[in-house]
Design a protein around this ligand. Structure first.
Ligand SMILES: Nc1nc2c(c(=O)[nH]1)N[C@H]1C(S)=C(S)[C@@H](COP(=O)(O)O)O[C@H]1N2
Ligand SMILES: [Mo]
Length: 407
């Protein structure tokens, strides 16, 4: 088993972040070209950087705690997002910078018959499962809200899809033996809050936790997780927003009463209205914890403002996701949504993952065109042109529309 550990992972995986990220509020000397996220009202230019350990070129939203956005080109043409281009989001700046795979333990406690302190070798010896799933920040595309809302001003790139390998959370819970009367399961990681702040902890209802899909992953696209994406273990909650996907997971607590912690009771809540939509400026509405994702489709090889050659065919493609169920269809419009045509889909690599769509548009007369793409999932849920609004900027998914000029 020691050998299996060595084969899978660096023995002591370290970030090497020392020195990087100290004074990043002002323009970092190591920032590269600016990327314009096209946020409404402007202020959408962000530096790009490849100075984060284990990461290639990323859009720098914040250095400390890191918020790194995936540029659209890294999502183009493939359903699995490379680990070194996968977006990064941490709440607190005291993030783990090194983990010794020999001494690391995942602790399981609370309302259980037997407390566990599992080594990575013990987890590796358990039955493994594999699942493709999209990891998307609740606030992905928040910067596009109009009126604007506070929070990380993400474009569309706080999202990625990976093939995750690990163990079923249910198997770990069964090994501990959930005590009668338990109702929820809480998760925490190695990152530390500043004094007085609540640890970043999230919880799931017991039935969801034991449902068989929620997993503890130790491989991401066949490799160890990048330190910044939660090495050595993270929770995967297929179909749900990634606020629940606790990184650097080192403790699980079975609860016999609902979680009243800050990150469940105060943060990451959405209006309890259809589509999490409220009128801009609304306050004092009932809320529920954010949960399942909604369908989305993106263009990845063409952007707003693109020029194409008139009267000659052009190839466009992108990615779609169904949210809590698989992609049933992706449709494309050349006239801003007045008429729609089905776009061919790439192979299905798992219903919680990305699905590639593509189309070759026949030559068009010179002029300006509004291209739109929409996804419908297998429960019939689809996207609408009118964007929702809520004060936290969560769950954005209007039909993506871009202007293209043929000349
Ligand atoms: N331990 C820990 N896990 C965490 C967070 C965090 O701050 N600490 N942030 C969550 C949020 S809000 C997001 S969007 C995802 C980001 O995952 P990624 O950095 O691997 O893309 O991690 C989630 N898991
Ligand atoms: Mo997030």
């Amino acid at each position: 088993m020691a050998d299996a550990l060595d084969q899978l992972w660096d023995r002591r995986h370290a970030l090497g972040l020392i020195g990087v990220g100290a004074g990043l509020a002002s323009a970092p000397a190591w920032a590269q070209a600016l990327v314009d996220l096209g946020l409404p009202g402007g202020n959408g230019a962000r530096p790009s950087t490849s100075n984060f350990p284990g990461k290639g070129n990323m859009i720098l939203q914040r250095g400390r705690a890191p918020l790194l956005e995936t540029p659209m080109d890294a999502l183009d043409g493939q359903v699995f997002t490379p680990n070194d281009r996968f977006f990064v989001r941490w709440h607190y700046s005291d993030i783990p910078t090194a983990v010794d795979v020999r001494t690391f333990r995942l602790n399981v406690g609370g309302a259980v018959r037997r407390r566990l302190s599992l080594s990575l070798a013990e987890l590796l010896a358990m039955p493994r499962i594999e699942i493709a799933a999209v990891n998307q920040c609740s606030g992905n595309s928040r910067g596009l809200f109009s009126p604007r809302v506070p929070g990380a001003q993400w474009g569309n790139g706080a999202i990625g899809n990976a093939k995750w390998v690990g163990v079923r959370l249910r198997d770990v819970l069964d090994r501990a033996g959930v005590a009668p009367g338990a109702v929820a399961v809480k998760f925490g990681g190695l990152d530390k809050p500043p004094p007085g702040a609540p640890a970043f902890e999230k919880s799931l209802a017991l039935d969801h936790a034991r449902g068989g899909e929620v997993m503890i992953a130790y491989l991401m696209n066949g490799a160890q997780l990048p330190m910044l994406n939660g090495f050595p273990l993270r929770l995967i909650v297929p179909g749900w927003y990634s606020t629940y996907w606790v990184k650097a997971l080192d403790r699980i607590e079975v609860l016999s009463a609902p979680d009243t912690g800050y990150w469940m009771e105060k943060a990451y809540r959405i209006p309890d209205t259809p589509g999490a939509n409220v009128r801009p400026g609304a306050k004092d509405f009932p809320t529920v914890p954010i949960n399942g994702m909604v369908p989305r489709a993106f263009f990845t090889n063409i952007a707003n403002g693109a020029n194409v050659t008139a009267r000659s065919p052009f190839y466009i493609r992108g990615l779609a996701m169904g949210g809590t169920s698989g992609v049933a269809r992706v449709e494309l419009s050349m006239n801003g949504g007045r008429s729609w045509h089905a776009a061919p889909l790439g192979p299905d690599q798992g219903r919680y993952g990305f699905r590639l769509w593509e189309a070759t548009v026949p030559g068009v007369a010179p002029g300006r065109y509004k291209l739109a793409v929409r996804c419908t999932n297998s429960t019939g849920q689809t996207q609408v042109a009118q964007a929702i609004w809520n004060p936290a900027g969560f769950m954005r998914n209007p039909i993506e529309t871009i202007a293209v000029t043929a000349a």
